[in-house]
Write a protein that binds this ligand. Structure first.
Ligand code: ZN
Length: 134
């Protein structure tokens, strides 16, 4: 103790407080980096969600453009809209209606009915959007 003068004690004290200040700066910059990382992550999630909504809207627009009003060949209902060159189901009697590229509606054959039903189940499950649609 006797060998250390007041001047030395002050210098040691300054060095200790300097060290504490540096530690605080490091922690603050770490916190800033972490919050920037979280913000970037949230922004990426927002973009993904927006893209998904946008793709869904595009798909709905395309379906509306490609679809034609058809008369159900089974019950005669006229309220169904089905895409050309695809198979849909009558909203009233559930009949599978196949529509040609020329817009002609006829009762789908049993194999086409099963295929269209499976496709519709997938569409309902995924909300019409799959990951490979970019
Ligand atoms: Zn029908």
């Amino acid at each position: 103790m006797f060998g250390i003068g007041l001047g030395n004690l002050v210098r040691i004290g300054l060095r200790v407080s300097d060290h504490i200040l540096r530690q605080q700066e490091i922690e603050q910059s770490r916190a800033r980096a972490e919050s920037a990382r979280l913000e970037a992550e949230a922004s990426r999630e927002r973009t993904t969600k927006e893209n998904s909504i946008y793709r869904r809207t595009l798909l709905e627009d395309q379906i509306a453009r490609d679809s034609v009003a058809v008369e159900c060949p089974n019950c005669g209902a006229t309220g169904n809209r089905i895409r050309r060159d695809s198979t849909g189901f009558c909203e009233y009697c559930g009949t599978a209606i196949q529509v040609s590229s020329g817009g002609i509606a006829y009762i789908a054959d049993p194999i086409e009915k099963v295929r269209a039903k499976a496709e519709e189940d997938i569409r309902l499950k995924t909300g019409g959007v799959t990951d490979d649609q970019n």
